[in-house]
Design a protein around this ligand. Structure first.
Ligand code: F6P
Length: 458
């Protein structure tokens, strides 16, 4: 294998450049050429085949900075599946013209699905990324525990996970954490810390929505900022219990901080942030406001009296303070944990291709005695019996639904990721870069401008 393609697909994360960097460094050591394909699978479909040689003379190009968030290759939510025969033929033609011997796709579940038909054309492997931390399994058989129950509504069935295990070992987790997750949690924890003091000063109930789609890992990680209540999509909302807890906390401390995972559901399983769903190009639901929905429910359930007694004559809606942390969770400099393991996983992806693997996923495994190590798993192990890859959900043992907080096992899960996740250089970078004199003198220099000069076409 002499020439490998690499692409980044799906939503960006802060650790993508670090993964690309790890792959390029490994390829340099093995004297393999790496070609960066532009904008994910969209680039492979483009008849001009825009590409960048990432390691001329087996040295990484200077624009590839593992400390910078986003991706110098660009990304898109354009995916392929086996029904797209004409598109697959197009990809085959471009792969041939680009003279690629293998392909590394950096992405999440949608990216593996997109990789599947391409794996029939050339060897493909996946290096994982997603801030949602939902690519993987809680234990090896989990994907086989999905069932389909017939329904009268489209598509004629509903899916349900019949979990065989109430408890689990951390060592059993397949792909313990995905690059991007730790930095997203860091951004969330920082924002919460800031929102806390304003909620405290102004006697507010702060409802803060975080990303993660159907998985509550980001909300769970927010526990480091000590929110009073954490609501995750995996545990249906109990409005009565939530209201009672808010009243109790408000009486005690005159403010409450609640973290809401954007995919949170009501008791009937309805996603509160997707009552009128819109979809992204990959068909994923775009969540539009779980925190808003909860705010409205609480305005009714809490009533005026609790606030009017505590606050000087203001209506119940006014102490409610609803914020989405939004895309700041996905951007910026990756913290040490993400940088380090993202680049290891990128390197592992190169090794997999060079050992003639295909349809394989580089993963991060954890052992109590020795810590983290990179490994790999066949993409098929992540699929259910109908071939579908489901987002990994937070295991029930990680969450205490009665307290609406992290459980002891959940704390155990987070520690290996976040203890020492921030490097001394991350802190030093804030000190020296944040208010650098050069920043106010010069315009922002986009990597897109520099990379464009290196793009070659077929
Ligand atoms: O999957 C990553 C993610 O950031 C989700 O947490 C979020 O729901 C979604 O992407 C947002 O996507 P977009 O940037 O397309 O709105």
């Amino acid at each position: 294998m002499k020439r490998i393609g690499i692409l980044t697909a799906g939503g960006d994360t802060p650790a993508l450049n670090a993964t690309i960097y790890g792959a390029v460094e490994r390829a340099n050591a093995l004297k393999v050429e790496i070609v960066g394909l532009q904008r994910g699978y969209a680039g492979l479909l483009d008849s001009r085949g825009p590409h960048v040689h990432l390691n001329p003379l087996f040295t990484a190009i200077p624009e590839l900075d593992p400390c910078k968030g986003g991706t110098l290759l660009g990304s898109s939510r354009t995916y392929l599946d086996e029904t797209h025969k004409d598109r697959i033929e197009l990809v085959a033609t471009h792969v041939k013209k680009l003279q690629l011997d293998g392909l590394i796709c950096i992405g999440g579940d949608g990216t593996i699905n997109g990789m599947q038909p391409i794996a029939d054309i050339l060897p493909c492997v996946l290096a994982p990324k997603t801030i949602d931390n939902d690519l993987g399994l809680n234990y090896i058989d989990e994907a086989n525990e999905w069932i389909r129950r017939p329904t009268d509504t489209n598509p004629g069935y509903c899916e349900e996970l019949r979990r065989s295990r109430d408890e689990m070992e951390l060592e059993d987790i397949i792909n313990y954490a995905t690059p991007g997750y730790a930095t997203a949690v860091y951004a969330v924890a920082q924002s919460l810390e800031r929102l806390r003091t304003t909620a405290e000063s102004h006697r507010r109930v702060a409802i803060v929505e975080v990303m993660g789609r159907q998985s509550g890992y980001i909300a769970l990680g927010a526990a480091y900022a000590q929110p009073d209540i954490i609501l995750i999509p995996e545990s249906p909302l109990n409005l009565e219990q939530l209201t009672a807890r808010i009243v109790q906390l408000y009486e005690l401390q005159q403010h409450v901080v609640i973290v809401v995972g954007e995919g949170v559901r009501d008791a009937n399983g309805m996603e509160l942030g997707a009552t009128m769903p819109t979809f992204d190009p990959a068909g994923n639901v775009r969540y539009s406001g779980a925190a808003d929905a909860i705010g409205q429910m609480l305005t009714k359930s809490l009533g005026e009296h609790i606030f009017s007694e505590m606050r000087a004559f203001e209506p119940a809606s006014s102490p409610m303070f609803i914020r989405k942390i939004g895309h700041t969770q996905r951007g910026g400099r990756p913290i040490l944990f993400d940088r380090f393991y993202a680049s290891q996983l990128g390197g592992k992806a190169v090794d997999l291709l060079l050992s003639d693997e295909s349809n394989e996923v580089a993963i991060l495994q954890y052992e109590r005695a020795s810590g983290f190590r990179v490994s790999s798993i066949s993409a098929n192990k992540l699929r259910d019996q109908w071939g579908e890859i489901h987002p990994r959900s937070v295991h029930p043992s990680f969450y205490d639904a009665r307290r609406m907080q992290l459980s002891a096992t959940g704390i155990d899960y987070l520690h290996p990721i976040f203890t020492n996740a921030i490097g001394a250089d991350d802190v030093e970078c804030i000190r020296t870069q944040m208010f650098s004199a050069g920043s106010v003198r010069n315009r922002y220099q986009s990597v897109n401008t520099d990379i464009r000069k290196r793009i070659r076409y077929l």
